[in-house]
Structure formats: C-alpha cells, structure tokens
Ligand binder design. Structure first.
Ligand code: SDX
Length: 429
C-alpha cells in the first residue's frame, strides 16, 4: 500500500505518492506537481529537495552516520585502501584480489600525461591557485584523449576512462604543485603504489632525497578515503547537473573541481588553516573569534564548523582528529595550530550559539593540520580534497548515466522582475 501526501490548494485536494528508500528515508514524489496544480516548489539551497535516487552513499546527519555502499566509514578508514574504496564506490562492491590487481595495474599503466600537456603548465601564471590549473587540465584531457569521450562509450571504454582519470588527476595535481614552486616535474614510477607515487611526485627532486614515510602514506590514505564521497554535496550535484546534458566526464569533473574550490565547500580546509594562523598571529585570542563568528554584523565564520546535513559531530572529523594526533606523534612534530583548533572546538561546543544551531567540526576542521604535517602547502589542500572526491564524482556520473530515469537538469524559478513594458529608444532614456 503506497503511502501518500495530500496537498490542499483552494478547495482542491491533490495526492502525491511517498517514496521510501532502503534506510527508510522518505520523500514526496512531486514529479507531476506542476502538471497537476500549476504550482512549483521553492527550496533555496535545495535543503529539502531530493535530486535523484542513489545507492552509493548513505548519510544520517542526526546520528553522524556515513556509509559507502553500506560499509561504515570507520571500517573503511581502518581496513581499506583508497584504491579499494574507489573501486567500491564506482562498481558497488569491494574488489576481489583479481579485480584489484587489474584495477591497480591500470593506475600504473595510465599514470603519465601527454607530454604536450606540459605546455599548459608552462603557460599558467606562476602563483595562480592550483585548483584553477587542475580544473583546466582535467577539462583539457578531452582534447588529448578524444577516444575517451565518444558519445556512447562501451563498458570497457568507460572502465579505461575511469582508471585513466583516477591515475592522471593525481599526476596533474603533483605537476601543478611542482609548477607552483618552480621545481622540475617528477614523473610517476611504475614501482610505486598510488599514494607513495603521489608523495614521490610531490616531494622528491633531482637535488634532494625524499623519504616516503609510512606514517605519511597511512595518514594520506585515510584522508583520501574519508573524502571519497558524500552523496549530493555541492560539487557532486554539479557533476550530475553537467552530466545530465550528456557533457563528457572530463567536463563534468572540471566543473566539479570549480564547485569544490569555494570556501564554503572544499576550499574550507584552506580557510581553516588561514583562520587558525590568523588567531595565532592575533595572540591566540580564541574567545574573540568565537564572538566574531556569532556576531551577525560580522562576516567572519568559524571555518570547518557547521554542515548542511550533519547536525551531529561529522564522523570524518573524529577520525581525522585521531589520525592527526598519531601522525604528529610519529613524525615527532608539534603544531601550535592543533592546540588552537582543539581549544576552539572546546569553547565552541560549550557555547549555546553553536549548540542551538547544532554546529560541530566538519571534515575540514582538522584535515589541514594533517596535510601540513605531511608537507603539503595550504593552497594544495582543496586539490587534495579533489583527489579524494574523484571516485565519488565518477561513481555518481556512472550511476546517473546508467539510470534510464535521468533527464536533463532544468529547475524552475519564481520570477520577481518587472512586468511587461516597452523598449525605450536610447535618445528618450
Ligand atoms: C564541506 O555538503 C557536503 O556534504 C559538504 C562536505 C562534503 O564532504 O562534500 O561535507 C564538505 O563542504 C564541509 C563544509 C565546509 N565549509 C565550512 O566549514 C564553511 C563554514 N561553514 C558554513 O559556512 C556552513 O556551516 C555551511 C556552508 C557548511 C552550511 O551552511 P548552511 O547549511 O546553509 O547553514 P546556514 O548558513 O543556513 O547556517 C545556519 C545557522 C545560521 O545562523 P542563523 O541565521 O540561524 O542565526 O548557523 C550559522 C548561520 O549563521 N552558521 C555559522 C556557521 N555555519 C553556520 N555560524 C558561524 N560559523 C559557522 N561556520
């Protein structure tokens, strides 16, 4: 028996079916609302609007639950590798040994980028933000690998495109870093796995030996897993919107990288460190900044705090905080910003303003401290978020393209402009 919702407008009653997901989340199906009633809904920021059905990630914001294909994030962060997690998100199951070997081999075989792409790096303005370079380079992959953007690629061609992207974006990110510090590019090595290869491309150079510390590999593995997907967030919804017009996957990912760049989204990890530095330079007066964050007249916000969905502690923030402690201890480092972050969290979480609004630390609050400890510069933090989120973006693109119910995204609006009026010739204005 399908549950329904009744809508009474003037003296007419309309009924709409209520659909329920596997975790008992329910929604009113308003697919025919305008056709039946002539009305649309309005929902700024889509906080109450479902854009699709998806089987990839489940979030429960009230309980602080996050699962990829049903597996709790805590288990994946502890027991899984980033490559396995990517396979799980994209293909829906944990890979067998044979599947994982084939998938990993694809990363090694496709780690290089076309040598001509280096001219892009040469032409990019030194000091430009690496996210701008990353989105440009990912979009331009369509020009270098046209065979991968055929209108109706086969499953095998899609599989190759996925591995190409997951592997090449890591190389592009490392090259973008080398470009930003004026050092020569370090090429991927066939003998290194995904994360050690990335660290080597980032930090080794002809002039100095770089030791790939297992603690750094472990921390980065965990961070990338925690960032791998998060259902219909801003950048993933961008992938679905752009992909709904049948734009190629490279174009979708380039758009997603730009959406992620925003300081309210993936750019927040960079803003958190800048905020903690600002507090430190200002004498560590944390109470002053908590007051600023609460003051409506002040545009300052506590970066790394708050979330559209989590009204409980972001489960990822909890894991990252533990990982940061272990990493700093293992590397025998002390970061004063961590002390400030911990004190800031304690003060905020005991303050009624934050308690009433259910504002907790989110994934970005501690991640920057881990990246810093590994040696990754602040402007590369959003790039790290993009590398982590890539499997999730690809998984949602694949799910959307395989869903026969997918239509081109085209929201409506409530017009608030001027009523009909005539053109006025310039001499009469
Ligand atoms: C990510 O969607 C995802 O899943 C994103 C993400 C992912 O994995 O993809 O989890 C990654 O983007 C995490 C969020 C990173 N951004 C930040 O840390 C930036 C700081 N946070 C905020 O800007 C804010 O909390 C958002 C953007 C995250 C959420 O914004 P909402 O849901 O639109 O909430 P809101 O702006 O309507 O705020 C509700 C109230 C307001 O106060 P009132 O008007 O009710 O008095 O809470 C206040 C806000 O002023 N508020 C904050 C605050 N966040 C919200 N006040 C001070 N500091 C903050 N950080």
């Amino acid at each position: 028996m399908t549950k329904t919702a009744k809508l009474i407008i003037d003296d007419k009653t309309y009924e709409f079916s209520i659909i329920t997901g596997t975790e008992n989340e329910s929604g009113i199906d308003i697919t025919n609302l305008r056709q039946l009633t002539g009305l649309i809904t309005l929902d700024n920021g889509y906080g109450n609007t479902g854009s699709c059905r998806s089987a990839i990630t489940f979030l429960d914001g009230e309980k602080g639950i996050l699962r990829y294909r049903g597996i709790p994030i805590e288990e994946l962060a502890e027991k899984c590798s980033f490559i396995e997690t990517a396979y799980l998100l994209v293909y829906g199951h944990l890979p067998s040994l044979k599947e994982l070997d084939r998938f990993s081999q694809g990363f090694s075989d496709n780690a290089m980028i076309h040598e001509d792409m280096k001219h892009f790096f040469e032409g990019y303005k030194s000091g430009g933000h690496p996210m701008g370079l990353l989105s440009a380079m990912v979009g331009s992959l369509a020009a270098y690998y046209p065979e991968l953007i055929k209108p109706h690629p086969s499953t095998a061609e899609i599989d190759i495109m996925i591995v190409e992207l997951l592997s090449k974006v890591r190389t592009i990110a490392a090259f973008a870093y080398k470009k930003s510090i004026g050092e020569p590019y370090v090429y991927p090595r066939h003998d290194l796995r995904y994360i050690p290869n990335f660290l080597n491309m980032m930090f080794s150079s002809p002039a100095k030996h770089y030791e790939i510390r297992p603690e750094a590999v472990d921390a980065l593995q965990c961070l990338l897993i925690l960032h791998a997907d998060h259902e219909q967030n801003c950048s993933t919804s961008t992938v679905r919107m752009v992909g709904s017009s049948k734009a190629n996957l490279f174009a979708c990912l380039s758009a997603a990288i730009n959406a992620l760049w925003g300081p309210l989204h993936g750019g927040a990890n960079q803003s958190v460190i800048e905020m903690l530095e600002m507090i430190r330079k200002d004498g560590g007066d944390i109470k002053k900044y908590v007051a600023k964050a609460k003051n409506k007249e002040d545009t300052f916000r506590l970066m790394g705090f708050g979330h559209r969905v989590y009204k409980n502690y972001d489960p990822r923030a909890k894991i990252i905080k533990e990982k940061v402690d272990a990493l700093l201890k293992a590397l025998n480092l002390h970061d004063p910003l961590l002390d400030i972050a911990i004190e800031l969290e304690q003060i905020a979480l005991s303050d009624p303003y934050f308690i009433e609004r259910k504002l907790f630390p989110n994934v970005d609050f501690y991640s920057g401290i881990a990246y810093k400890a590994i040696g990754i510069p602040v402007n590369m933090f959003p790039v790290m978020f993009a590398i982590g989120r890539l499997p999730g973006w690809i998984a949602h693109w694949k799910e959307m393209t395989e869903d026969p119910a997918t239509r081109i995204g085209r929201p409506r609006q409530i017009y608030t402009g001027l009523l009909k009026r005539d053109y006025i010739p310039i001499e009469q204005r």
